[in-house]
Design a protein around this ligand. Sequence first.
Ligand code: ZN
Length: 112
Amino acid sequence: MHSSNLKKYRDILEKKKEELLAATPARTPATEPGSKSGDWIDQSSQENDLHVRLALKQTDSKLLRAIEEAIHRIDQGTYGICMDCENEIAPARLEAVPWTRVCINCKEKQQS
Ligand SMILES: [Zn+2]
């Protein structure tokens, strides 16, 4: 792949990575000591909220890892090559999903 294209994808990936990191709080606020509510209904709704946030975080960290791997592949010179069939990934697919590891054919095979 041409190096100016690589730079473009790298910029997109770096930007997306920054967005994800900005959306992820650096640390979860600690539960204040002594604020424990005796109301079990209140407590269970807090737990539900926590589950939602954990689920979101897992998706984000998965995406973050995919982005980091893609940036690594740019450094290695293997970016844009399908990890399954080793064919080049179509530019349109890279535009849509810059952190993808496989071409559309292999992706469809995985899904079927
Ligand atoms: Zn493939």
